[in-house]
Write a protein that binds this ligand. Structure first.
Ligand code: AMP
Ligand code: GLY
Length: 426
């Protein structure tokens, strides 16, 4: 099996490494990839959103399977095009990817099928949205852009002024572009957050081990929202009882709902959940593997990933056993100084070996490139320093120890990844 991986982040690096462990995989290529990925897989300079270019690459390289990892090519229908050209794929169709690419679509789906989520209203008019928020007069209130916004299209407004500013910046100043033509105004929920990635083949859903993201830039959940500054798996709040409830009230109903709507979901469906005092509720769906959740979930996967993605493509997920190790994994993101705001690129990274790793950990590269033969920064999130161990405390210790060996000017990491999870375990 020769596989083309579409994407260029730490998630894709983790997917490439895991696929290469499967016996039936002969090679993996990646586009566009990054410096770290190129240590494991040949990389080609085709943008992840370039559907024609990616199709030409898949044909020229005679791959057997195309794995579309990021949200934008999925929303643009890359899987539909690949399948129409005879390629087996991992990833949902454009219609199914709406579960992430349109919050209006996903909220309506949940309402129609009784899947627990925050109460909400949709607006296409800024003045009406503001009037509604004033009438409700309940703060905080959550304002979300309808479309994709790099995980930044959610604003939690503490008072009326912040809410008005949020509506204005999304709908009038269009800070997220056309993603802000419609907005969702929703009830603020409280409780621990849990990420659950799942494999789905349109009919069957198989949840993976749970994880916990750390979305804010700074320690103590302060600072701006980011794509994710670190993860741990499993998530201690996600008990067996909670898992069973989620399967019954959220996972299976979602898969059935998507099939009933004529857009069965095939690929990785990511459930962003909040364990509220009224039970688990959906905060968001993603139509893809999470980043950096993937970096802590895949190292615990014991079943060959290639077998699973084939079963998903062939709609035979019910015929295989998907198993995870009963251990723990932690990923600490090293980001460019200034991220998620503006930052410099092209800064030399030291402390990595020639394969891009650091002693005692696996380093998944997110934003790296080669400059004169050395690794250099090339994005906001640069490296995901990851370790697996028999328990979370040890995994965190190994990951943090490895980060100490890596240096680039301005490097920023959170120092409290997994802290809350450890407290919950006590
Ligand atoms: P999202 O991009 O939808 O995952 O939202 C980003 C983050 O905003 C989530 O991880 C939550 O921490 C927070 N959030 C989103 N929706 C709500 C909500 N209804 N209540 C409380 N927090 C929320
Ligand atoms: N880490 C959150 C996401 O991938 O959306």
């Amino acid at each position: 099996m020769k596989i083309l991986m579409v994407g260029s982040g730490g998630r894709e690096h983790a997917l490439v490494k895991k696929l290469l462990e499967s016996e039936k995989v002969t090679s993996v290529i990646c586009a566009p990839g990054n410096a770290g990925i190129s240590c494991d897989a040949e990389c080609f300079n085709v943008a992840a959103t370039d559907i024609d270019g990616m199709l030409a690459l898949a044909k020229e390289q005679q791959v057997d399977f195309v794995f579309v990892a990021p949200d934008d090519p999925l929303a643009l229908g890359m899987v539909d095009v690949m399948q129409a050209n005879g390629f087996k794929c991992f990833g949902p169709s454009a219609l199914a990817a709406r579960i992430e690419s349109s919050k209006v679509f996903s909220k309506k789906l949940m309402k129609k099928y009784g899947i627990p989520t925050a109460a909400y209203e949709v607006f296409s008019d800024a003045a009406q949205a503001v009037t509604y928020i004033k009438e409700q007069n309940k703060f905080p209130v959550v304002v979300k852009a309808d479309g994709l916004a790099l995980g930044k299209g959610v604003i939690i407004a503490e008072d009326m002024q912040q809410a008005e500013d949020a509506v204005k910046s999304i709908m009038e100043d269009k800070v997220f572009g056309a993603s802000g033509n419609n907005i969702v105004v929703e009830e603020f929920l409280t409780g621990p957050e849990v990420s659950v990635l799942s494999f789905a083949d349109g009919k069957t859903v198989v949840p993976m081990v749970s994880s916990m993201d750390h979305k804010r830039a700074l320690d103590g959940d302060k600072g701006l929202n980011t794509g994710g500054m670190g993860t741990v798996a499993p998530n201690p709040y996600y008990t067996q009882a909670v898992a069973e409830e989620c399967m019954k009230t959220i996972f299976e109903p979602t898969i059935k709902a998507m099939a009933a709507e004529g857009c069965p979901f095939k690929g990785c469906l990511y459930f962003g959940l909040m364990l509220t005092p009224d039970g688990p509720k959906v905060i968001e769906y993603n139509s893809r593997f999470g980043d950096p959740e993937t970096q802590v979930v895949l190292p615990l996967l014991e079943t060959p990933l290639a077998d699973i993605i084939e079963a998903v493509a062939d709609e035979k997920l019910d015929e295989i056993n998907v198993e995870f190790a009963n251990e723990a994994c932690a990923c600490v993101i090293m980001a460019s100084g200034g991220y998620p705001g503006s930052y410099n690129k092209g800064i030399e990274i030291t402390g990595l070996d020639e394969k891009g790793n650091a002693e005692g950990a696996t380093v998944y590269h997110a934003g790296t490139k080669y400059i004169e033969g050395s690794f250099a920064t090339n994005g906001g999130r640069v490296l995901g320093v990851t370790a697996r161990a028999e328990n979370l405390e040890k995994a965190l210790e190994k990951a943090y120890n490895a980060t100490e060996k890596i240096y680039f000017e301005g490097a920023h990491k959170r120092n409290d990844i997994g802290k809350r999870a450890l407290e919950a375990l006590k």
